[in-house]
Design a protein. Structure first.
Length: 352
């Protein structure tokens, strides 16, 4: 079974749902010596199967991962989501789209995706938005798949470790995109990643993947040195401008130096806390957006699609971490190798 310590380069490419995490991006990172993740989120089981097959064609027997969203109970009261839908009517008119009614049965194809990953196992499966059932962890491990769970607090880490997962992805508040916390209605923990790693280390000795705002070799070296159980550093935003990534044109342009100055955490696009570049939509609707994933995500999907088609970054969910200004257009393999060379340089010269 795959172990994080086996990586030639202890860098993990984050599983960025919505398009960026293509088989080509995953393969480029894997061939460089790191670990790449496909994102199962928002895909149909058929589309996921196609991406897994394509990735296998590109990487052969080398390990790669698939990330799956854990469905959570939906809010009992849909009133806040429906009021938010009414508030977004002006946006619908702006882009000429119709906002859908909430689909309360949306589980992101949880069961079919698990069935696929059990019938055709991949080396690593990670989970976000909650801890998977213990039986799921056991079944995947029995199939030869290493299991990783994303956590954002020591309590979540303890819960996940008790299930028998092989490793934890510890996500700090600096991370771009959705926070992977278990409670979708809770305000996200704001403990900085370095301190969070230490606190998680106190409750479990499972190998850790450090994630959150990491963008440079020095960042990678810092988390690897932070505590002995940190086995790898995870980067997402750093790969968004790579040619292999499936990042849309307007999104790429927004990540270019000088396009947007800062990031903020918002529920405006999905109903879950997520960090993105401060654009018009984020600024206008963060205060009004309710907790209600995936219902809010459903509402804003046509708005985001229309914004992307118009090349308008002001209406997009421009997920990005605090280190976004360091993103480059380097090929993903070259980026992975360069960052590790820089990290090794820091690790070899800086006193412990």
């Amino acid at each position: 079974m795959f172990e994080l310590r086996e990586l030639d380069i202890p860098i993990v490419q984050a599983p960025m749902a919505g398009g960026p995490a293509t088989p080509e991006l995953v393969a480029a990172v894997v061939r460089a010596g790191g670990l790449g993740f496909l994102a199962a989120g928002y895909l149909t089981p058929e589309a996921l199967a196609d991406r897994v097959a394509r990735t296998r064609e590109l990487v052969g027997a080398a390990p790669f991962g698939v990330n799956v969203f854990v469905p959570r109970p939906l809010p009992d009261d849909l009133g806040p989501v429906l009021r938010y839908r009414a508030e977004l009517a002006a946006e619908a008119a702006r882009y000429g789209v119709t906002l859908p009614e909430p689909d309360v049965h949306d589980t992101d194809h949880w069961e079919p995706k698990l069935a696929l990953l059990l019938a055709d196992p991949v080396p690593v499966v990670s989970f976000t938005f909650g801890a998977p059932p213990a039986a799921t962890v056991a079944a995947l491990r029995a199939a030869g798949t290493a299991v990783v769970c994303t956590v954002t607090t020591p309590d979540e880490a303890a819960q996940a470790a008790a299930l028998g997962v092989d490793a934890l992805c510890v996500q700090g508040p600096e991370a771009g995109g959705h926070r992977g916390g278990f409670d979708p209605e809770a305000d996200p923990d704001d403990t900085p990643l370095p301190l969070l790693l230490e606190r998680v280390r106190e409750v479990t000795d499972r190998p850790l993947i450090a994630a959150g705002g990491l963008a440079t070799g020095a960042d990678i070296a810092a988390v690897l040195r932070r505590c002995d159980t940190v086995a790898a550093a995870q980067l997402g935003t750093a790969y968004l401008r790579a040619p292999e990534a499936g990042t849309g044109a307007a999104y790429r342009a927004a990540l270019a130096p000088g396009a947007f100055a800062s990031t903020a955490v918002t529920r405006a696009f999905s109903g879950r806390p997520a960090r993105g570049l401060r654009n018009r939509f984020l600024n206008a609707y963060t205060a009004a957006a309710p907790a209600g994933y995936p219902l809010v995500h459903q509402l804003t999907r046509p708005l985001r699609a229309a914004s992307a088609a118009a090349g308008d970054p002001e209406g997009l969910s421009l997920w990005a971490g605090t280190g976004h200004r360091y993103s480059t257009e380097e090929p993903a393999g070259e980026l992975t190798r360069r960052l590790w060379r820089e990290a090794e340089g820091v690790l070899s010269t800086t006193p412990v």
